[in-house]
Design a protein around this ligand. Structure first.
Ligand code: DC
Length: 224
C-alpha cells in the first residue's frame, strides 16, 4: 500500500526543506503543493489579469496546465509544459500565490490534481490543507509550526545571507499578515487536522525537527 504523509503548517515553519529531507530518508516523493499555487499565481501574472478579479483569475487558472514531474526524485513544476520551477520563489510569485489561493475554483482544480498524484504513489505532501482536505484519510498527519517570532527570525537570517537588511519588525509583520490570510480565508483555511500531531520547531534545529517527524511516521505507520 502506498504510504501517504500530510504535512501542514504556517509560512516559514520550514515545511519545504524539512519535508524534502523526511521524504528523502523515507525514499518517497515529496509534493510541494505551494509550488502549484505559485504556478497558478504566475499564470495569472503572465496573463496580466487583476489578482483581485476572482472570475478572471479562475478562468485563467482553469485554462492553465499546471503539473509536476520528478527529475532524480526532485520536483519540477510545469506551467503549460514550461518548467517554471526557477521562477516560483520570487516575492511577486509568493504574493500572487497567496492571493489566487483564496479562490475556490483555483483550489478545486489544484486539490483534484494533488489527489490524482497521490493515487498512484507513496508520497509526502506539504501545504496548508493536506490533512484536512486533500488527504483526509492519510495515516500520518503532521502540523509543523513555530512561533511567529521564531519564523520571522529564520526568514531574517535567510534574507541577511542575501544582503537584505529589511528590519525584523517588517519581516514579522509580513509573517503575521501571511498567517492571517492563510488562516482566515473562506475556502480551506490553514488549520490543524484533528488527528494531526503537532511538531513545534521553535526550539528545534533542522536535524531535530526531521527526527521528530520520522519518529511520528514510524509510530503512526506501526499503528496503521
Ligand atoms: O508553501 P508556499 O509558501 O510555497 O505557498 C504559497 C502560497 O500558496 C501560500 O500563500 C499559501 C498557498 N497554499 C495553499 O493555500 N494551500 C496549499 N496546499 C499550499 C499553499
Amino acid at each position: 500500500m502506498p504510504l501517504l504523509i500530510a504535512i501542514d503548517g504556517p509560512v516559514g515553519a520550514g515545511k519545504s526543506t524539512i519535508s524534502d529531507a523526511v521524504a528523502q530518508r523515507l525514499g518517497i516523493l515529496h509534493l510541494d503543493t505551494g509550488a502549484m499555487y505559485r504556478a497558478a499565481g504566475l499564470a495569472a501574472l503572465r496573463a496580466g489579469v487583476s489578482l483581485d478579479d476572482e472570475q478572471a483569475v479562475s478562468e485563467c487558472v482553469g485554462r492553465a496546465d499546471i503539473s509536476v514531474r520528478y527529475e532524480d526524485g526532485v520536483q519540477r513544476t510545469l506551467l503549460s509544459g514550461e518548467d517554471v520551477t526557477g521562477a516560483l520563489r520570487t516575492p511577486e510569485a509568493s504574493d500572487a500565490a497567496s492571493r489566487v489561493s483564496q479562490y475556490p475554483a483555483v483550489r478545486r482544480k489544484l486539490v483534484e490534481a494533488q489527489q490524482r498524484i497521490a493515487r498512484s504513489t507513496s508520497l509526502l505532501m506539504d501545504g496548508r490543507d493536506i490533512g484536512t482536505v486533500v488527504l483526509p484519510d492519510a495515516p500520518v498527519k503532521i502540523y509543523l509550526t513555530a512561533t511567529a517570532q521564531a519564523r520571522a527570525a529564520r526568514r531574517m537570517l535567510q534574507m541577511r545571507e542575501k544582503g537584505d537588511q529589511t528590519p525584523f519588525e517588517v519581516i514579522l509583520a509580513e509573517v503575521n499578515a501571511r498567517d492571517d490570510r492563510d488562516m482566515h480565508r473562506e475556502t480551506d483555511p490553514l488549520r490543524q487536522a484533528e488527528d494531526a500531531v503537532v511538531v513545534d520547531s521553535s526550539e528545534l534545529n533542522f536535524e531535530e525537527t526531521v527526527n521528530a517527524i520520522l519518529r511520528i511516521v514510524a509510530e503512526r505507520s506501526a499503528e496503521a
